[in-house]
Design a protein around this ligand. Structure first.
Ligand SMILES: Cc1cc2nc3c(=O)[nH]c(=O)nc-3n(C[C@H](O)[C@H](O)[C@H](O)COP(=O)(O)OP(=O)(O)OC[C@H]3O[C@@H](n4cnc5c(N)ncnc54)[C@H](O)[C@@H]3O)c2cc1C
Length: 564
């Protein structure tokens, strides 16, 4: 892009005390907490790729594409000009550019392509870098990443869905054409679970599936009829969905095109007019004898599709951390250049307190997301490792996603009035933030899932406590909080009423344990002093005066600047 050369000297006034445009950012080199977390969680071998991707994603040109893709929201093209049904969505070219960057960068498949230790941690670092510029594009990336375990665990017999679909999902090419997947250079997969009468409670679904031929069960073809109330990224090449057969609620893979080369009956009714996430189309869809193939055992649909939900939840946790990081960067930039009452805002004591507190939250969220991503890498190492991944994903999804909306709101306020204006990008970050907390299991549902893990997986609490105990002895406040958590977990009364409190404590103490062990002293100390003390209300800017603000802010600043 040609850099703008603005005229500061206007006829009526000179433009002063306004921050320069932030310009190109280096999302990798400028984020020391990210580089440390990547190395710590086993993703070091991907550092070179991440460095390159971080530079690309931070470029002004990519941020501009994100702005365009959100400003020019997708439009439904249900029919062609002659009235034939085509069920398409038209996107702004910037959306397709971003999709290409996301796929080439490995957002949907880095872990599956590269494999080995740290592969999922690296994949979540890709997500963290991408979503600082744009989140809507990541919806189909998340679902494609997450469908892989479902296909691997349920290959569907010889020539089954796994053999057919996995190679397409491992492609590094984005192919936007609406043609049969077999003819494309790469494919993406979505997920339709939610119906009007049942979102969280998917067993209330009413969509039905009838065998399309003599064969029934896993690998057999069916015809599905019903409706789906939330269908994001409907231009994906296939969708995992749930429908009732005689044997119960079952999981199906439903392609956009049937094996006969015909358009499948996926009748998009309308696109949702959403609070945020505007680059991503979310639709309502009717299924009328839609062709699909059963994935996994008949009647075990919820169990089958849950592997996909788990991956999506990890994505939500990483995405929320990214929203917080970019909101913080924008706040640091603005306050570093804006003077009020004779001082740069970043030098005003109360603003330093707010900014440092925002920095702690962003770093803690990133640390938790990448630690849980490593637990995904290690989930095959026995019952405890699997249990840690299961409960850890729910904890990180709940807490990171709960903190992002308040964090982005506070960061927005650091910019004053301009923060409320679309051009600043802060409204986009702010509007995106609550979504992660709603989809893939809203807050309460996640907390109930944590309770389920506590009940059904005897290894969950021991695995989590063993992880937290590794930090014992480093900070007295954390030690006391760990004792408190143990007592709370031992109390089995009124668990449902207490599920949020328990989930929050487990997540918060895990963040504290990570920072105490791995972050510089001032960061860990301020986190424990605020979050584990009696006075914490959850709002920002209440760190104690003895906090080492300089060190926390110097670490958070993106370009090796100094905040003092
Ligand atoms: C932009 C957007 C895109 C989406 N895209 C998709 C998609 O592509 N595919 C898809 O399948 N879905 C999608 N969804 C749907 C989303 O996953 C659901 O909205 C979500 O799972 C919640 O379901 P629901 O809306 O039916 O709410 P409900 O299930 O009615 O829940 C409402 C509230 O009640 C709470 N609650 C539920 N049960 C309990 C309980 N037992 N105890 C206490 N509280 C409870 C929930 O936490 C929530 O706060 C999308 C949603 C949005 C907003």
């Amino acid at each position: 892009m040609i850099p703008l050369k603005p005229i500061a000297d206007l006829p009526t006034h000179e433009v002063v005390n306004m921050p320069p445009l932030i310009g190109d950012q280096d999302l990798w080199a400028g984020d020391v907490a990210l580089r440390e977390a990547v190395a710590r969680e086993g993703a070091g071998p991907a550092a070179g790729r991440l460095a390159e991707f971080g530079r690309l994603m931070g470029s002004d040109a990519v941020f501009e594409k994100a702005e365009q893709a959100n400003r020019h929201a997708p439009e439904l093209r249900a029919f062609d000009r002659h009235g034939r049904r085509i069920n398409q969505v038209a996107y702004h070219p910037a959306y397709h550019d971003l999709m290409e960057i996301a796929v080439a960068g490995g957002a949907p498949n880095h872990a599956w392509i590269h494999g080995g230790p740290g592969a999922h941690a690296a994949n979540m670092a890709v997500v963290y870098l991408f979503s600082q510029a744009e989140s809507g594009v990541l919806c189909p990336m998340a679902m494609t990443y997450s469908v892989m375990p479902v296909l691997r665990n349920n290959p569907g017999g010889p020539n089954g869905v796994a053999d057919e679909w996995i190679p397409r999902l491992l492609s590094a090419e984005y192919d936007s054409r609406d043609i049969p997947a077999a003819e494309k250079s790469g494919a993406l997969v979505g997920m339709f679970m939610t119906e009007k009468q049942g979102g969280s409670d998917v067993r209330a679904n009413s969509t039905t599936a009838e065998p399309a031929g003599a064969q029934t069960g896993e690998g057999a073809a069916y015809r599905l009829s019903g409706h789906k109330f939330f269908c994001s990224a409907p231009m994906c090449d296939a969708f995992l969905t749930l429908a009732y057969t005689k044997g119960g609620l079952s999981c199906f893979l439903m392609p956009r095109w049937t094996p006969d080369g015909e358009r499948n009956n996926l009748f998009i009714q309308r696109l949702k007019d959403k609070l945020g996430n505007r680059s991503n189309a979310s639709s309502e869809m009717e299924l009328q004898d839609s062709w699909a193939v059963m994935v996994g055992p008949e009647g075990r649909g919820v169990r089958t599709i849950m592997d996909m939900v788990t991956g999506n939840r990890l994505y939500c946790a990483a995405n929320s951390a990214a929203l917080m990081r970019q909101a913080l960067v924008q706040a640091l930039h603005h306050t570093g250049h804006r003077t009020a009452f004779q001082k740069k805002l970043i030098h005003q004591p109360l603003m330093r307190n707010v900014l440092a507190d925002l920095a702690l939250e962003a770093e803690a969220a990133l640390a938790l997301a990448l630690r849980v991503a490593r637990s995904c890498d290690e989930a095959g190492n026995g019952a405890e490792a699997a249990a840690l991944f299961r409960i850890g994903t729910a904890l990180a999804k709940y807490w990171n996603c709960k903190r992002a909306p308040v964090h982005t709101a506070e960061a927005l306020e650091c910019l004053g009035g301009p923060g409320y204006i679309e051009e600043s990008m802060m409204p986009r970050l702010y509007r995106e933030a609550p979504l992660n907390s709603i989809w893939e299991g809203a807050g309460n549902v996640i907390c109930l899932d944590v309770l389920r893990a506590l009940h059904r997986q005897p290894a969950a609490v021991p695995a989590l406590m063993a992880e937290l105990e590794t930090a014992r002895g480093a900070d007295g406040r954390l030690d006391a909080a760990l004792d408190g958590l143990k007592a709370e977990l031992a109390d089995r009364d009124n668990l449902e009423f207490r599920a949020r409190r328990l989930t929050e404590r487990m997540a918060l103490l895990w963040q504290a344990a990570l920072l105490v062990q791995h972050a510089p002293g001032p960061v860990a100390d301020a986190f424990c002093a605020s979050r584990l003390g009696d006075r914490w209300t959850g709002s920002f800017g209440t760190l104690p005066p003895e906090t080492d603000f300089d060190s926390i802010l110097d670490r958070a600043l993106p370009n090796g600047e100094r905040a003092a």
